[in-house]
Design a protein around this ligand. Structure first.
Ligand SMILES: [Zn+2]
Ligand SMILES: [Zn+2]
Length: 136
């Protein structure tokens, strides 16, 4: 992925934000991240969390999940990729799956109608493997 190749440095607050996302079971909202950061003395103002999260998203370390208005760490930040997010309707866990072929199909469908696709986000809702086996 771009950031590591370009030698992007993670400041302590960015690194800690990434760790918080990696430790989380599901995606975290900016305010959840801010709560953790401020409890650890990184600052109490919302921009602290938003700036760190935006940096992580822009540099491929994390993804924004629109449906949950939340963030999740990328599972393979080392390479450029298209991701699909599988969101569990019961426990809100987010699983990242590879969507390269899906995205290619999307690009072809778009170009068939003369549309130039710039970006697409794939978010699907269902039950994760843990929840699928449990009674409601
Ligand atoms: Zn990813
Ligand atoms: Zn689940």
């Amino acid at each position: 992925m771009r950031a590591r190749e370009n030698g992007v440095r993670l400041t302590p607050v960015r690194r800690r934000t990434l760790e918080i996302l990696l430790e989380a079971h599901g995606a975290l909202g900016a305010y959840d991240v801010l709560e953790r950061l401020s409890a650890e003395g990184y600052g109490t103002q919302p921009p602290v969390a938003y700036r760190a999260l935006n940096f992580l998203v822009e540099n491929g370390f994390a993804h924004r999940i629109q449906r949950l208005n939340a963030f999740t760490a990328c599972v393979h930040p080392a390479r450029d990729h298209r991701a699909a997010f599988l969101i569990c309707a019961r426990c809100n866990s987010v699983t990242e799956a590879c969507a390269d072929s899906f995205t290619q199909a999307m690009i072809e469908a778009a170009s068939a109608v003369g549309f130039q696709l710039e970006r697409s986000t794939i978010e699907a809702v269902g039950l994760c493997s843990a929840c699928a086996g449990k009674p409601a």
